[in-house]
Write a protein that binds this ligand. Structure first.
Ligand code: HDD
Length: 689
């Protein structure tokens, strides 16, 4: 134990581990700045007597603690953020005047928050759910918030349905569960009565909804926005984030186990990667198109349940985002960051997408509730980094208080930074979209096709991915207690893909196939397959940024370990040593190797591939540890690449895997550490039965 924390046990001190500050600037004070002599014992009348109301140290400490929590976000409560920058490629300055895109190499600071949607703040990181992907760009002309998801479409077409969608997805109101899960009656009841959600449901049931890492996800602005150049010319634009490390997901059984083994799996991964200097990067891409394309495209570009296949309008890469700094304080930054879709800058504009129009109202409103004051823009994480001047004043916790007597406009006082004036030349101008029509509550006929793109998405997946969608639907609907809801969902699946519907119906044991759901428009099954929609067709083919779990015992072959760890380093990958004691192991040459995880604290679900490097005796000992057997059996079941030394065979015998070992199980020698990684960069051995 360090000297400074020696147990003192002073009389009357309660025996805390007490250490005196060494310098004046280490002296604790109250929030009012009064130095504190003892913050571990309240003020009492007599040694065992009642507390005294004059104890300002106790009262202030408890008062502040009692008010520490703010309302969590009504959706996207669980999230994790990091700082970084956006670097422009400078190749769209002809179509947008947005400051951040003007010059090649120009850097704009960003803060990015990833999130799950349905779960509460304390829920695990890996439920089956959409992931939020919200980026705040602190540009020279104000903050631009691109508040997107990792899925390019949405459940509903009109913002007025959002409270219903979210109510149905979150815990049911009478029982208060299930947490962070859509596998329950209310969600599927709503969905099965909302045909417009079918395209999004295909995505949510796909592997996109269980990403391996936040670093391995795509992001999308979802809506169609506008780019506007200096001359006022407009183009439509859809935003995409492409992860440099490629896309990758877990399998469902892995997700269930990761949530138990490490509920913070995604946030820890992001934190660890950034702290290790392995900064995640995404390229920002745009699909740019004009009104002529929009008019002839099969679907309405204002409908957020539709996408434009990348094969039809290619994604042009216009810059990259690098996340290179973790937060100093989770609450101040990740929790208090306030994204608003209405935060926009000159050069970018909204479209009439009815979902986006509603969002523009909702986000500002929710920040007032959550952060408690219209002055939430004064918080450092939300404040622009460019100069800002306005005549707004006062309110709770006002921290930027303008000087001088001017707080109205027009005024005749001298113009200076405290007396700003709107500028028609350089200020933000909404595009002059012609608008006409009767006031009505109506859904445009152009939004009526709910199945064609759902079918296109399903058909664009590989067989494995299709199977995962079938299994996910089966799992979710198996948790639905009401038979009529299950049947109604299958009736929608019939409009998407008959085989999919049949498989799910069979898996659920439905006695009779229901009729296909009534549809306003017949499914267009002729839409071209879009390879860009599949994860596996775009496999990254790299182990960079991935993590190997090395199950090790005393007597492990040091030469093999070194060959493997060298290869990992060269590949830009990480590893952890999982050992029978957390202190680590001794190699055959007597070198001590530090352990990162205990066998029962580091299951193989936490790793992208595993290597089992043991002595023969060590392997025998591991055979008696149930968690060591799970380590190997899970890695095998989850189709991971498994490297092993010949001495580790007793563990494979004990787990009955010996006879089943396939080309995804690779013997490692001191000479072939690199070869193993070369195979492991395929990330999973999908051929395994
Ligand atoms: Fe939303 C948060 C993304 C539709 C209302 N939304 C929120 C966050 C993300 C999204 C990433 C978390 C931001 C953060 O990290 O703080 N939301 C989307 C996307 C949508 C979408 C991609 C569809 C394209 N949202 C949507 C609608 C409404 C809202 C239609 C309401 C009409 N969303 C909210 C909200 C939240 C929010 C209630 C909760 C917390 C917050 O805003 O700051 O206002």
């Amino acid at each position: 134990m360090a000297e400074s924390f020696k147990y003192k046990g002073n009389k009357g001190s309660g025996g805390e581990l007490h250490q005196k500050p060494e310098a004046q600037d280490q002296v604790m004070t109250t929030a009012q700045g009064c130095p504190v002599s003892d913050d571990q014992n309240s003020l009492k009348a007599g040694e065992r007597g009642p507390g005294l109301i004059e104890d300002h140290v106790l009262r202030e400490k408890l008062f502040h603690f009692d008010h520490e929590r703010i309302p969590e976000r009504v959706v996207h409560a669980r999230g994790y953020g990091a700082h970084g920058y956006f670097e422009s490629y400078g190749n769209v300055s002809d179509i947008t005047s947005a400051d951040l895109f003007q010059k090649k190499g120009q850097k704009t600071p960003v803060f990015t928050r990833f999130s799950t949607v349905a779960g509460n703040k304390g829920s695990p990181d890996l439920p089956r759910d959409v992931r939020g992907f919200a980026v705040k760009f602190y540009t020279n002309e104000g903050n631009w918030d691109l508040v997107g998801n990792n899925i390019p479409v949405f459940f509903i077409q009109d913002a007025i349905k959002f409270p219903d969608l979210i109510h149905s997805a979150k815990q049911e109101p009478d029982r208060g569960f299930p947490q962070a899960q859509t596998a329950h009656d209310n969600f599927w009841d709503f969905i099965s009565l909302t045909p417009e959600s079918m395209h999004m449901v295909m995505w949510a049931m796909s592997d996109r909804a269980i990403p391996r890492s936040l670093r391995f996800m795509e992001g999308f602005g979802v809506h169609t926005f506008k780019f506007v150049n200096d001359k006022g010319d407009e183009k439509f634009v859809k935003f995409h984030w492409k992860p440099k490390l490629g896309m990758q997901s877990v399998v469902w059984n892995e997700a269930l186990k990761i949530n138990g083994a490490d509920p913070d799996f995604h946030r820890r991964d992001l934190w660890d990667a950034i702290q290790a200097g392995d900064y995640p990067e995404w390229e920002l891409g745009v699909q740019v198109f004009d009104r002529e394309f929009a008019d002839k495209f099969e679907f309405d570009v204002l409908d957020a349940t539709k996408l434009i296949p990348e094969e039809e309008v290619p994604v042009k890469l216009i810059g990259k985002m690098v996340l290179d700094r973790v937060v100093d304080n989770f609450f101040a930054e990740t929790e208090q960051v306030a994204f608003c879709t209405q935060n926009i800058v000159p050069g970018i504009d909204f479209t009439e997408d009815p979902l986006l129009q509603g969002r523009n109202f909702s986000y500002l409103d929710t920040q007032l509730k959550r952060l408690g004051s219209p002055n939430f823009t004064h918080l450092p994480i939300n404040a622009p980094k460019c100069p800002f001047r306005h005549l707004q004043q006062d309110g709770h916790m006002a921290m930027h208080n303008p000087k001088g007597r001017v707080n109205y406009e027009p005024n005749s006082w001298p113009r200076d930074e405290h007396n700003p004036r709107a500028c028609p030349d350089t200020g933000f101008k909404s595009t002059a979209e012609p608008v006409s029509g009767s006031k009505l509550r109506y859904r445009s006929e152009t939004f009526a096709d709910h199945y064609s793109q759902a079918a296109q998405f399903y058909r664009s997946q590989t067989d494995i991915e299709q199977m995962h969608i079938q299994n996910a639907l089966t799992f979710e609907l198996s948790k639905v207690e009401t038979l009529a809801i299950r049947e109604r969902m299958v009736s929608h699946l019939l409009n998407i893909d008959k085989e999919l519907a049949q498989t799910v119906a069979d898996n659920l044991g439905l006695q009779e196939m229901p009729e296909a759901a009534e549809a306003a428009m017949k499914t267009n099954t002729k839409l071209k397959i879009s390879d860009a929609l599949s994860i596996l067709k775009n496999a990254p083919n790299t182990f960079k940024g991935r993590k190997l779990g090395i199950l090790a015992t005393d007597g492990m072959d040091e030469g093999i370990l070194n060959a493997l760890t060298d290869a990992l380093k060269n590949a830009g990958a990480m590893y952890e040593v999982v050992a029978p004691t957390v202190n680590g192991v001794k190699t055959d040459k007597g070198t001590h190797v530090k352990g990162d995880q205990l066998v029962n604290g580091g299951p193989s679900v936490l790793y992208d591939a595993v290597a089992i490097i043991t002595s023969a005796e060590g392997a025998k000992k591991l055979s008696d540890i149930p968690e060591a057997k799970d380590f190997v059996m899970d890695a095998f079941a989850h189709k991971k690449y498994i490297g092993y030394t010949s001495s580790a065979m007793p563990l494979f015998e004990e787990t009955n895997l010996k006879g089943k070992m396939d080309k995804g199980c690779i013997e490692i020698t001191a000479a072939n550490g690199k070869d193993f990684l070369n195979e492991a960069k395929n990330l999973r051995f999908w051929k395994r039965k």
